[in-house]
Design a protein around this ligand. Structure first.
Ligand code: GDP
Length: 364
């Protein structure tokens, strides 16, 4: 599962990507500076992991990670092959969620591709390119199912109906995600279409240092614009955060953040939001060798969760021993949790909860 960073050139995508992943992707005041999509494996900041580390004192700690892709080259006309057009759109298609960066800072030294700072127009420019690409996909698909639908094929008729609804939305400059599948079959079909504008999205308003904690007028405009989209809006001083990640010590970084009026880096907030956007959650294993956060999909059962560690754990799954995170912390150790009778034994049907501390029993 990965989230792709999109936005017009020079809005701060590469700076954000570097800041998140510390990869040494180029950042220059020049459109198309990042040509290959860069993939960063980013640790998900989680205070619960630190707490477990403190209690267990393990040899090592492994946080959950989320894959972030820096996708460059989206410009007006991309859907028609302008700029890095099609390559770029293929890269987005492979992502499971979209982080849409909007420039919400003034700076005459940093060229805006359309001549002025205007996040509302920028968002529209990007949305339209993505919608046009989806329209192409939908119309191709419609051509294919039409004949079968005419001959009375029920499945084709369902597909045609859904495609027509999506087509109408796209023609009205709305994204495919506004079309809600009405049945299970439609849901499966929707998934299969792999439409770009059906992917979940969150917006990052890239602001100047002074607006990191408060936002600014541009941010207000963005919030107003997307208020019906049910999408998260995150305010981030991308340039400043990139500077902070360069600081050597934790104390220095903390002081810098406090000066900005922040308790933690906005990038941490963003990473967690991206993780959630990807429908992912965490369970823990806590042993003296390793305390580790494992990533599963929300709604996964215990055997599925076990399979993330090893496929044999899933195949031979017998049961899981589960401690709720709060119980672990309140009682302070696994032994004390057991004494208190708070360790639960769960079977194959158990839906793992975020933060569960787990042991698996399995046949080999
Ligand atoms: P991309 O083309 O979207 O990847 O944009 P870059 O990350 O390469 O940024 C373009 C330019 O804007 C670079 O010179 C950055 O240093 C600068 N920049 C990025 N974020 C900010 C910000 O929050 N404030 C200011 N003033 N400049 C920024």
């Amino acid at each position: 599962m990965k989230a792709g960073i999109v936005g017009l050139p020079n809005v701060g995508k590469s700076t954000l990507f570097n800041c998140l992943s510390n990869a040494k992707a180029q950042s220059a005041n020049f459109p198309f500076c990042t040509i290959e999509p860069n993939i960063g494996v980013v640790n998900v900041p989680d205070p619960r992991l630190e707490k477990l580390e403190e209690l267990v004192q393990p040899e090592r700690v492994q946080p959950a990670t989320v894959d972030i892709v820096d996708i460059a080259g989206l410009v007006k006309g991309a859907s028609k092959g302008e700029g890095l057009g099609n390559q770029f759109l293929g890269n987005i298609r492979e992502c499971n969620a979209i982080i849409h960066v909007l420039r919400c800072f003034d700076n005459d030294n940093i060229v805006h591709v359309d001549g002025s700072v205007n996040p509302i127009r920028d968002k529209e420019t990007i949305d339209i390119e993505l919608q046009l690409k989806d329209l192409e996909t939908v119309e191709k698909r419609l051509e294919k199912v039409k004949k079968a639908a005419k001959t009375g094929n029920k499945e084709a008729q369902v597909e045609e109906g859904l495609l027509n609804r999506i087509r109408e939305a796209l023609l009205a400059a709305k994204s495919a995600r506004t079309v809600v599948p009405q049945t299970n079959d439609e849901e499966v079909l929707m998934e299969g279409f792999q439409l770009i504008t059906a992917k979940p999205v969150l917006y990052v308003c890239n602001v100047d240092e002074g607006a990191a904690a408060t936002g600014n007028a541009y941010v207000d405009q963005v919030r107003e614009l997307v208020k019906d989209e049910n999408a998260e809006v995150i305010v981030l001083a991308v340039g400043t955060e990139a500077d902070i990640t360069e600081l050597e010590t934790y104390e220095e970084r903390k002081m810098f953040l406090e000066d900005l009026g922040l308790k933690e880096p906005g990038s941490s907030v963003l990473i967690r939001a991206a993780y959630k956007l990807l429908n992912q959650q965490t369970y823990f294993t806590a042993g003296v060798k390793e305390v580790r956060a494992w990533t599963i999909n929300i709604g996964d059962t215990a055997p599925k969760a076990a399979g993330v560690i090893h496929t044999d754990f899933e195949k031979g799954f017998i049961r899981a021993e589960v401690i709720a995170y709060d119980d672990y912390v309140n009682f302070g150790s696994e032994a004390k949790v057991k004494e208190a009778g708070k360790l639960r034994v769960e079977g194959k049907e158990y839906i793992v909860k975020d933060g569960d501390v787990m042991h698996f029993r399995f046949n080999v």
